[in-house]
Design a protein around this ligand. Sequence first.
Ligand code: NDP
Ligand code: KPL
Length: 303
Amino acid sequence: MRIAVIGAGAMGSIYGGRLSQHNEVILVDTNEKVVDQICKNGLKIDENGTTDCYHPAALCDTSNEKPADLVILFVKALFSRSALENNRSLIGPDTRLMTLQNGAGHEDLLKEFVNEDRVIIGTTEDNGAVLDFGHVRRGGTGVTNVGMLTEDKDGFLGRLKETFDSCGFEVRIHENIQYLIWDKLFTNVSLSALTGILQVDMGYIAADEYTWKLCRQLIHETILTAAAAGLEFDEEAVAEKVKKTSLNNPSGCTSIRADLRDGRRTEVDTISGAVVRAAKKYNVEVPGHEFVVNLVHAMEGRG
Ligand SMILES: NC(=O)C1=CN([C@@H]2O[C@H](COP(=O)(O)OP(=O)(O)OC[C@H]3O[C@@H](n4cnc5c(N)ncnc54)[C@H](OP(=O)(O)O)[C@@H]3O)[C@@H](O)[C@H]2O)C=CC1
Ligand SMILES: CC(C)(CO)C(=O)C(=O)O
């Protein structure tokens, strides 16, 4: 398969690098140093105590490239639109456009670039971090959940699963992918958002009684919104899962915390903002999430 991965950061490098074992892969990034390093010395991925080197093509400018069979969008969500606009040549009439970015509602943007029946959305339980230019760590592995907005008439997801699984991923195909997306969203809109605002490790969320109360409020508002959208979750089970994530990663640093700490803009609009937008659509009150979105933007404004 000809696969283009836009965003050669932590996740794009993990997927692009591993997929390049059996596919024609182009990694695209705006950072020339990353692209030069991959072109000259390959892409290094640290995993399970070893470092493997992969050799995908790497480019900043894709204007002379022909369309790919699959384009995977792995930039931070606030750069999604410009990343797609700058790489239109990779998207042809038969191209599938896929995202595994955190947050919800990415399909609205993807549908502006391909027909609805070519959009693939999902979640990944893998995680990673950038160590250096062209060098990342695959910190943990898990399931890659994928689904489509329409019926998969051509059986593309089956081919995608075969392709990804043969390169070291574990893909699961879902009829109701929105359920999986919201299932992951619960953690990001509660635990991750609060670690960003408070600038604390993940463990603090369950350990501090007042923070846990705030976390529960954000979970509760999300449960009501999801239910209004037709997605029923067990609130106690969700809260238990979020608590475990906090307790099992006491010194873990979420990406929203790291972004605010380092003076970068965050993905809050596609995380907490996705709940606010859905709540508005279904007439649900979400004062906690509205406060979080505004507060995080206020923090970003300080640089
Ligand atoms: N890291 C993780 O463990 C996980 C992350 N995710 C999600 O995956 C997505 C990607 O995250 P992550 O890999 O951590 O992010 P990174 O910031 O590590 O990688 C994104 C890369 O995209 C580059 N980029 C920015 N704008 C463009 C553009 N217009 N065209 C091409 N490249 C561009 C960035 O360059 P520069 O740095 O120079 O801006 C960077 O190299 C996010 O939505 C995140 O929520 C999901 C699960 C786990
Ligand atoms: C909660 C966590 C750390 C799970 O990978 C995450 O998605 C984040 O960076 O916020």
